[in-house]
Design a protein around this ligand. Structure first.
Ligand code: JHZ
Length: 393
């Protein structure tokens, strides 16, 4: 299988490694490089990081931290109930239960290797396996609970290195009439928005529909529907059925999306080489903005200490000399420092009056944030973003 390097994003820390005061220098770094797989058209990291370095009992991200996401998962759960009427639901990567809690009256199981998160859903009385998704675990689940009508996984399959085993384990747990729903950031959207920050240690892959279609050709899973989502800066929700299930029709959207991606050049190496050039340009322009504002002695903070922003800040070498501190609503991040760049994260209590500019780490929640920060903008406060190109808004 031929793999070709197309972008080197430099030296990076573990994105989940939010540092406590006093230990900012004991960090693990790796080289974040992106590769194109010629056969499957898959885009992945060159160096995968050992899973337990990233997913452990100190996992910080809470899927329910934003009102946008809480509402989106509630809405999705209602739609799944209406469309598929499932009697059993398995979620791979159940995080803090934001989705699976809507199925607590059915046979519902969560899989979540981060023990601190698994404890949250266990407290909600949802049976949760605090293990990584493997063939072994899927056999254990089938033995104890039988197979499932719906298997759902958001922002997780792209984090698992062995895709062959992952899909096999899913096939194993799915009823013959069952549906597997995968939701992950869209490669096409990342390319269009030059949001290179979708690439970090956890995101072993950023999927195109083309690559997922190629990979699952070797399995009994068949793509039958796709929804485009605004979440996480542009995601795809992809529905799979078992190939033998003739009752479910394949939506015209599948061939439409595949054609769209083909037209954009998702299958071609040239597209990624062009993307790499745009990323390097984006870096230069973002640094220029920060340097200019620093010279003018402007007070700059960060807004939303996202995992994505770790890629931007470490790639562009924007550290605590430029950004005074980050504001973030996640309680487990408060009082800690951003990995690699050592910027203090403060608990969000509104933007203080002395702030001139806020770097939008959570650019994917721009609408929610702009609604909330009307007063800041009214008094002349501005945001800095790098998506789709570095600018002040
Ligand atoms: P958010 C994480 O990435 C990690 P991140 C993971 N690998 C993944 O795939 C995605 O999630 C799904 C804060 N915030 O969701 C809350 C505010 O402070 O973009 C969060 O810390 N104020 C699993 O970190 C962060 O921003 C606000 O008003 O890139 C958002 O993180 C809002 C709306 C958010 O995911």
């Amino acid at each position: 299988m031929k793999k070709i390097n197309f972008l080197n994003l430099g030296r990076h820390p573990i994105t989940n490694n939010f540092l406590k005061r006093g230990n900012p220098h004991k960090e693990f770094f790796y080289h974040l490089k992106l590769i194109y797989h010629k056969d499957t058209k898959l885009i992945s990291l060159k160096n995968f990081i050992q899973p337990n370095k990233m997913f452990n009992n100190k996992y910080a991200h809470r899927a329910s931290a934003s009102s946008t996401m809480r509402a989106a998962y509630k809405n999705l759960a209602e739609n799944i109930k209406k469309r598929f009427n499932p009697q059993s639901v398995l979620e791979i990567g159940s995080n803090d239960g934001v989705f699976i809690k809507h199925f607590s009256n059915l046979k519902s199981i969560g899989v979540e290797p981060c023990k601190n998160l698994a404890e949250i859903t266990l407290k909600m009385k949802i049976k949760t396996y605090d293990k990584f998704w493997t063939n072994k675990l899927s056999n254990e689940i089938v033995r104890k609970h039988g197979k499932f009508d719906v298997i759902y996984s958001a922002n997780t399959i792209s984090h698992i290195h062995d895709l062959k085993e992952t899909f096999k384990a899913i096939e194993n747990c799915l009823n013959p009439w069952g549906v597997f729903i995968l939701e992950d950031p869209s490669l096409l959207k990342s390319l269009q928005k030059v949001s290179y920050d979708q690439f970090y240690d956890e995101h072993a892959y950023v999927f195109s529909i083309t690559a997922l279609n190629n990979i699952t050709k070797k399995t009994s899973l068949k793509l039958f529907d796709i929804e485009e989502l605004e979440t996480h800066g542009g995601s795809n929700r992809i529905y799979f059925k078992k190939a033998g299930n003739k009752n479910v029709k394949i939506s015209k959207k599948v061939s439409k999306h595949l054609l769209n991606e083909k037209k954009f050049g998702v299958g071609k190496l040239k597209t990624y080489q062009k993307f790499a050039k745009k990323v390097k340009k984006s870096k230069i322009e973002l640094i220029q903005i920060f340097k200019k504002l620093k010279k003018l002695k402007k007070n700059i903070i960060g807004y939303g200490a996202t995992y994505k922003s770790s890629t931007v800040l470490n790639f562009c070498k924007i550290d605590n000399k430029y950004i005074k501190y980050f504001l973030d609503t996640t309680p487990t991040k408060a009082g800690k420092y951003t990995p690699g760049t050592h910027i203090l994260i403060k608990k969000y209590k509104g933007i203080p009056n002395d702030v001139d500019y806020a770097f939008l780490g959570a650019w994917n929640f721009k609408d929610e944030i702009f609604k909330k920060e009307k007063a800041f903008r009214k008094r002349g406060g501005k945001f800095i973003t790098h998506v789709p190109s570095p600018r002040i808004i």
